[in-house]
Write a protein that binds this ligand. Structure first.
Ligand SMILES: [Zn+2]
Length: 538
């Protein structure tokens, strides 16, 4: 195992990891390898996309392009309401890091990168899909026979084990097993064949753990739940300890000459309240409900009350017998049945369930008026105040052109919302009576934040901090570390400050790439959506 790894690149993704949790865990001795790595390497925050969703973020990491260039904005293709088609690995424009490495005749091993199904058919390396794999029956590895090899390993292998929808302690314990199992699989890949040049693996666990247990993991959360902490914290810390074992393996690779980046697709923080975008737009006269329906709604039956009643099915002792998924679906069904439909003819701007944290300007608004409508939307959202605190609810609202650029910009909603570190989550619900509503504290309540983590390690990487790094910079930086040219259509830059050898960045003409349409059957799509719901992504 003492092979010299000079010229090789390693990316380790920790989905949703944030320094706000990792630094205290390193200090408290729960993540000792991370503590050592922080002393040796350079670390800083890593800017994600806006809104910071996992799906576009992983696409930006793997393509080096912003969502305006790769065309993926959330879990669904195109942003149009009513046309929800889940994204696949083939939906993004642009060659992915592993394809470029493969084209250069080098060996890439990729494992469990989210939204990577179907598998890339690499000529020299291997590919194993992660989250968004529609069940165990499909071919999720390349070459296809690799699946049987992984399953034959001690402990076996599954592409999307969290699709089981386990809850509470059972879910946390499952993450322990999955993190180790993935590392067993990774070691198998590295030992397979003659050698390797790029290793790219992702640990998914931090994202769903933080989604469900933020008020246990963060002692600074005002909703900190001491009772839950007693029950869950030891197991949660064990999950991070297992992440740390993997960081230890990667640190050892850096010590043998590899260039290593430990990264997350976005950060995390608490949220306590829903922010009803359509309610604000309605108050501003930008959104109108159908007239006949408004009478029905003002008749007194509150949708919220009905949904709460459905959620209380638990109280009746049905927990365990009625799956959460089913109850949520029922609640949403009742919500949409009672919610007053938007009168699209008269509406100028609206938020849609298929693209949260954003606003669309209606298609019928003529070009000459779109700037004015956008300005009114932005002003209204930025002026909105939380009735409880009198504080602004969002940091900023931005037109998509201010954030992104590229040939796919038209697929992105017109206005994007930046909550900063404020504790809100956007909702398109129209049934609300107020513009904000407090969520039950027991929900745990962690949500994505724009700044994730970057930690770079390896020969020539000086200890210290790094500023101004963006997720689109990771692919060009990995290519540069491997001595490969950076295609000129990548939006990111080589993080040259990480390298002390002063080697010039080489560029090459953009390689053509193909995208293709949906690859999921309706049943597969339903299974993936159910899994995303269970994990708190939806
Ligand atoms: Zn994520």
């Amino acid at each position: 195992m003492s092979t010299d790894l000079t010229g090789r690149a390693v990316v380790l993704g920790l989905d949703g990891a944030t320094w706000d949790l990792l630094l205290p865990l390193a200090e408290r001795g729960i993540m000792p390898n991370l503590a050592r790595a922080l002393e040796q390497g350079r670390h800083g925050r890593l800017q994600s996309c806006l809104p910071p969703f996992s799906s576009p973020a992983w696409m930006s990491i793997s393509t080096g392009k912003n969502p305006g260039s790769h065309g993926i904005f959330d879990f669904w293709e195109a942003g149009k309401p009513g046309e929800r088609r889940l994204v696949s690995s083939r939906a993004a424009k642009g060659k992915k890091l592993w394809e470029l490495v493969d084209d250069a005749g080098k060996v890439a091993h990729v494992l469990a990168v989210p939204v990577s199904y179907p598998p890339a058919r690499l000529e020299h390396g291997t590919f194993t899909c992660g989250m968004f794999t529609p069940g165990e029956a499909v071919d999720y590895t390349w070459p296809p026979e690799l699946k049987a090899e992984l399953k034959a390993l001690p402990g076996g292998y599954r592409a999307d084990p969290y699709a089981d929808g386990l809850k509470g302690a059972a879910f946390i314990e499952q993450t322990h097993e999955v993190i180790r199992q993935q590392e067993v699989a990774t070691n198998h890949l590295l030992a397979r064949g003659a050698g390797w040049d790029l290793l790219f693996t992702v640990i998914q666990a931090p994202d769903p753990l933080q989604d469900k247990f933020w008020n246990v993991l963060d002692p600074a959360d005002p909703r900190y739940d001491a009772e839950h902490a007693r029950r869950y914290l030891p197991a949660l810390e064990e999950s991070y300890r297992r992440c740390d074992e993997v960081i230890g393996d990667r640190l050892a690779m850096a010590e043998r000459g590899a260039f290593v980046m430990v990264v997350s697709d976005h950060g995390f923080g608490r949220y306590e309240k829903s922010f009803y975008l359509n309610k604000v737009l309605e108050q501003e006269g930008l959104l109108h409900r159908e007239r006949s329906a408004r009478k029905v709604a003002s008749g007194g039956l509150s949708t919220r009350r009905v949904i709460d009643a459905v959620r209380k099915i638990d109280v009746l002792g049905l927990e365990g017998r009625v799956p959460q998924r089913f109850r949520e679906k029922l609640a949403h069904g009742i919500d949409s049945a009672l919610a007053v439909p938007i009168d699209m003819q008269r509406t100028l701007a609206y938020a849609a369930a298929s693209s949260a944290e954003s606003v669309f300007i209606a298609d019928h608004v003529p070009e000459s008026q779109r700037d004015d409508v956008a300005r009114r939307v932005i002003d209204a959202l930025e002026a909105a105040r939380d009735p409880d605190t009198g504080e602004p609810i969002i940091d900023r609202a931005l037109r998509r052109e201010e954030v992104y650029s590229g040939s796919e910009l038209h697929r992105i909603p017109d206005i994007l919302i930046d909550f900063g570190a404020r504790p809100y989550v956007a909702s398109d619900r129209l049934a609300a009576t107020s513009i904000v509503e407090r969520l039950p504290a027991a929900a745990g309540g962690g949500r994505h934040r724009r700044y994730g983590i970057l930690l770079a390690l390896g020969p020539g990487v000086q200890a210290g901090t790094i500023e101004q790094a963006n997720i689109v910079d990771l692919a060009p930086t990995a290519l540069h570390a491997m001595g490969l040219p950076v295609p000129d259509d990548m939006d990111g830059r080589v993080l040259a400050e990480l390298f002390s050898d002063g080697r010039a960045v080489q560029t090459s003409a953009a390689a053509s790439s193909e995208t293709s349409e949906v690859v999921y059957t309706p049943e597969e799509e339903a299974a993936i959506e159910a899994s995303l719901e269970n994990l708190g992504y939806l």
